[in-house]
Design a protein around this ligand. Structure first.
Ligand code: BDP
Length: 734
C-alpha cells in the first residue's frame, strides 16, 4: 500500500467526516498496532460493512465505555464509514457486547455455563441470533472480558479474517500478565532507550496526559492486566503521600482498561523515611510500619495490585542485611498486603559476591526456601540464570521450586540486543524459553506448563516483562521493539501462541496486510534474534559486553570490583580452548537441572551446540557437527551473524513503497547502524579470541578492517545513548 494512496484516502475521509484528520502524524508509530485504516481488500470490506451495521452496548461502566469507544474508533476506521451505536432497537447485523449481568440481550442467550468455563477475563465472539436477528456477540463474565473480546474482534478485521460463522472462545492461561517499567522518579529510565519516563510527576495527578490512556489501550489490547510503574532499583519516595497522590492519578487512568498498578518498593523504606532504625522483617515495629504504609497505599488506590521487590541484589537492601532470609522478607510484606488481596512479586535475580559461579547463585539461595513462601507471594524469575543474555539455558529454579508460586520475567527492552537501534524481535527467545522441556515431572513439564501451574499445581501464575516505552513518539525507539511488546502480551495470554503467529499479526496490524510485505519481513524478524546471538556470543558464549553499558563488545574486560562483572569470567578463553566448565569437573551447576537434562548438558557430545560453551570448556580443535573445528565454527557463526544483518538490509530495501516512507526510512537507517555494530562485534571478538587460539581466520571471509587495538580503543570511547547506571536515585537513601 503506497503512502500517497493513504494520503488521498485520508483527505477523502476527512472530508467525509467533516473533521480534520491528523494526517501529518498518521504513520509515526504512535498508534502501534492499534491502527484502523480502511480494510484494503474490497470484497472483505464490503462483507464487513454488511455484517456490521450497528454496535449495541447496554451496560454502563468506564470499562464498557472504553470497549464501546474502541469499537467505534476501530470500526469506523476499518469500515471507512461511521458506525451507528447506542440505539435501543436492535437491528439486523448488530454487534452486541456485554455480560449477562449488564446486558439483557446477552442474558437472553443463556450463556452462563459456557461463560463459566472462561473465568473472569475470558470471552466469546460468536455469530448468533437474538430475537431472530443475525448478530455477532462479544460476551464475557466481566466488563474487562468484554474489552479484551473487543480488541480481539478488531484484530480479526485488522488482519482480514472472515467473520462468517464466528465462534471463538478465549481465556488467559496465566493470571498475572504484567509489564515492568524501570523508570526512576527523576524520569530517567534505566536501560530504557526511548526517551524519558512516560509518567510526568510534575503535572500529576491533575493533568492526565492522553498518553496514559493510550498506554493503557495498548496493554489492554493484549490482555495485560498489571503494570509496575517504577524501577526495581526503587526510590523509597514512591511510598510517600506526595507520590502516592500522583500515582493514584495514573491508577485512575489505567483502571477502565483493567490494568492494576503495582509499585517496586525499596526494602529499607522504614529507615529511609526516618521512622525506624531497622528494616528487620521479624521486628514487630517494622511489620507495623508496612501494615500502616500499605493501608495508606490502599486509601489512595483501592484496587492496588501489590509490591515488586528487588532485595539483596546488586547492592539493594533486603532481609539478609538483618540475617533473615528471602522468605522472611517476602512474607512480612505479603502479610501487610493480604487483607486487601494484594500480592508480592519477589525477584529471584540475586547473585551474592561469595558464590563462585554466578549461574548457581539464585538456585542456591532460593531452593532451600521452597515451600516457605506465603500464598500471596510469587517468585519472579528471569528466564535464564544470568541476565537476559541473547541466549541462556533456562533458570533451573523453574524446575526446582515445586512448592512456590513462580512467574516469568522476560525483557522486551533490548538491554543486551543493541538497545533501540537493532532489529531483534524477541518472540523467538520467548518461545524457545516457554517451550523448553525441563522433565521436572516427566515429559510435558515445559516452562510454559510450569508457569501455568500444570506441573506443580501452583495456585498463582504469571508472566512479566521489562518494557521500555518512553516519551519517544513511537513509544519504544526502534519501531520493531513494539513487536516484542506485542509478542510478550500475546504469549502471556496464551503461551502456546508461536513467535511466528505473533509476528504475522503484528505486521498486519502495524504495517500492511500485503503478503509481499509480510512474508519477507516476517522472515527477517524470525531470523533477527539468532543473528543477534551470532554476531555477539554464539555457541553458548555470554556477557562479552563492555562493563556497564551492555551495548558494544569488550570481551577483554578484566580486573573489575567483582570477577563476575568482567567478560573473561564468562568466556574463560585460554590457549587450550574456551567456555565455562559447569560439569562435575567444574562448578557442577548442571546438577541444578533435573537428571535427564543434567546428563544431556553434561555430555559434550549431547549438549546442544548453541548452549555448548555455557556448560563446557572445549578445545579449539573440537570437531563440531558441521565437521569444522570449534575455532572455525566460532568464526563462521560470527560471520554468519553479520551476513544475516546484511540480508535483512537487502530484504528491507526491496520493500520501499509497500509502507509509509517515514517508518520505512527509519528502519532502513537503523539497519545501517546495526550492520556497522555487527561488524564491530564480529571483528572485536574474532580478533580477541584469536590471541588465544593462535589460528587463522579461514580464507574466504572478509578480513577485519582494523586490528584488535583499534577495537579496544573504540570500546573506551563508545557513545552510549543512555543515562544507564542502576539505582542512581535509590542509592541516596540506603
Ligand atoms: C540488569 C540490569 C540492571 C538491572 C538488573 C535487574 O543491567 O540495570 O537493575 O538487571 O534486573 O540486567 O535488577
Amino acid at each position: 500500500m503506497h503512502r500517497s494512496f493513504f494520503y488521498r484516502l485520508s483527505i477523502l475521509l476527512a472530508f467525509w467526516f467533516g473533521m480534520a484528520m491528523p494526517i501529518a502524524q498518521a504513520e509515526d508509530g504512535y498508534d502501534t498496532w492499534l491502527r484502523y485504516p480502511p480494510v484494503a481488500e474490497q470484497k472483505l470490506l464490503k462483507a464487513y460493512q454488511k455484517q456490521l451495521a450497528q454496535i449495541v452496548v447496554e451496560g454502563e461502566s468506564p470499562t464498557m465505555a472504553a470497549a464501546k469507544a474502541e469499537l467505534q474508533r476501530g470500526l469506523s476506521g476499518l469500515l471507512a464509514k461511521p458506525i451507528a451505536s447506542g440505539e435501543s432497537k436492535l437491528s439486523k447485523h448488530a454487534l452486541v457486547i456485554g455480560t449477562p449481568a449488564n446486558s439483557p440481550l446477552i442474558a437472553s442467550l443463556n450463556l452462563t455455563n459456557r461463560l463459566a468455563a472462561l473465568g473472569s477475563e475470558g470471552y466469546l465472539l460468536e455469530s448468533t441470533r437474538i430475537n431472530k436477528r443475525e448478530v455477532i456477540i462479544i460476551a464475557a463474565n466481566s466488563d474487562v472480558g468484554v474489552l479484551y473480546g473487543s480488541f480481539h474482534f478488531l484484530r480479526l478485521l485488522q488482519t482480514q479474517q472472515s467473520l462468517d460463522k464466528l465462534s471463538i472462545a478465549s481465556a488467559p492461561k496465566l493470571q498475572h500478565r504484567v509489564v515492568n517499567h524501570w523508570d526512576n522518579l527523576n524520569r530517567l529510565v534505566e536501560r530504557g532507550y526511548a526517551g524519558l519516563s512516560l509518567w510526568d510527576w510534575g503535572t500529576l495527578p491533575e493533568h492526565k496526559s492522553q498518553r496514559y490512556k493510550d498506554y493503557a489501550r495498548i496493554n489492554a489490547s493484549l490482555g495485560i492486566n498489571g503494570t509496575v510503574i517504577n524501577n526495581v532499583n526503587s526510590d523509597p519516595r514512591v511510598l510517600s503521600d506526595q507520590f502516592l497522590q500522583k500515582i493514584a492519578g495514573l491508577a485512575d487512568a489505567f483502571r477502565p482498561y483493567g490494568i492494576k498498578l503495582y509499585l517496586s518498593i525499596n526494602y529499607n523504606s522504614p529507615r529511609a523515611f526516618g521512622d525506624l532504625d531497622t528494616a528487620d522483617p521479624l521486628d514487630p515495629r517494622v511489620q507495623q510500619w508496612w501494615k500502616e504504609r500499605t493501608e495508606k497505599v490502599y486509601q489512595y488506590i483501592p484496587d492496588f495490585g501489590g509490591y515488586l521487590v528487588k532485595a539483596n541484589s546488586e547492592g539493594q537492601p533486603g532481609p539478609q542485611d538483618y540475617k533473615r532470609n528471602h522468605a522472611d522478607g517476602a512474607n512480612m510484606l505479603a502479610a501487610a498486603l493480604k487483607p486487601y488481596g494484594g500480592v508480592v512479586f519477589w525477584r529471584a535475580f540475586v547473585y551474592s559476591p561469595d558464590i563462585g559461579d554466578r549461574f548457581r547463585g539464585s538456585y542456591d539461595e532460593f531452593k532451600p526456601l521452597d515451600g516457605k513462601f506465603a500464598d500471596n507471594v510469587i517468585l519472579q524469575v528471569k528466564n535464564g540464570p544470568i541476565d537476559f543474555q541473547p541466549r541462556e539455558p533456562y533458570s533451573p529454579l523453574f524446575s526446582a521450586m515445586e512448592k512456590t508460586n513462580m512467574m516469568m520475567e522476560f525483557q522486551v527492552t533490548q538491554e543486551y540486543f543493541g538497545f533501540a537501534t537493532h532489529l531483534a524481535y524477541q518472540g523467538p527467545l520467548f518461545e524457545e524459553s516457554l517451550r523448553t522441556e525441563t522433565y521436572a515431572k516427566g515429559e510435558g513439564s515445559t516452562i510454559g506448563n510450569i508457569l501455568q501451574g500444570k506441573t506443580f499445581n501452583s495456585k498463582r501464575t504469571g508472566m512479566a516483562a521489562v518494557i521500555n516505552p518512553g516519551t519517544d513518539r513511537n513509544w519504544t525507539g526502534h519501531p520493531f521493539v513494539q513487536s516484542s511488546w506485542y509478542a510478550f502480551g500475546r504469549m502471556a495470554w496464551d503461551h502456546d501462541i508461536s513467535a511466528e503467529a505473533a509476528a504475522e499479526e503484528w505486521l498486519r496490524m502495524t504495517f500492511s496486510n500485503d503478503k509481499k510485505f509480510i512474508d519477507p519481513v516476517k522472515n527477517m524478524m524470525m531470523a533477527s534474534r539468532e543473528a543477534g546471538v551470532n554476531y555477539r556470543s554464539p555457541l553458548g558464549l555470554t556477557h562479552l559486553y563492555s562493563q556497564g553499558d551492555h551495548y558494544g563488545p569488550a570481551p577483554w574486560t578484566a580486573n573489575l570490583e567483582r570477577p563476575d562483572w568482567t567478560a573473561i569470567y564468562y568466556h574463560r578463553a585460554e590457549k587450550d580452548g574456551i567456555g565455562f566448565d559447569r560439569t562435575k569437573t567444574g562448578s557442577n551447576a548442571i546438577a541444578q537441572y533435573p537428571s535427564v537434562l543434567a546428563k544431556q548438558y553434561g555430555d559434550l557430545s549431547a549438549v546442544p551446540e548453541d548452549l555448548m560453551l555455557w556448560f563446557h570448556h572445549v578445545s579449539w580443535d573440537h570437531k563440531m557437527k558441521s565437521g569444522r573445528t570449534l575455532w572455525d565454527e566460532l568464526v563462521h557463526k560470527y560471520y554468519e551473524g553479520v551476513d544475516q544483518v546484511r540480508s535483512m538490509q537487502r530484504e528491507w530495501d526491496k520493500l520501499e513503497g509497500y509502507i509509509d516512507a517515514e517508518r520505512f526510512g527509519q528502519v532502513k537507517a537503523l539497519l545501517i547502524v546495526q550492520e556497522r555494530d555487527a561488524v564491530i562485534w564480529r571483528d572485536s571478538c574474532v580478533l580477541y579470541f584469536q590471541t588465544f587460539s593462535g589460528k587463522a581466520i579461514s580464507a574466504g571471509y572478509e578480513k577485519p578492517k582494523h586490528d584488535l587495538e583499534y577495537y579496544k580503543a573504540l570500546a573506551r570511547t563508545r557513545y552510549v545513548p543512555e543515562p544507564w547506571h542502576p539505582a542512581s536515585s535509590s542509592r541516596v537513601l540506603k
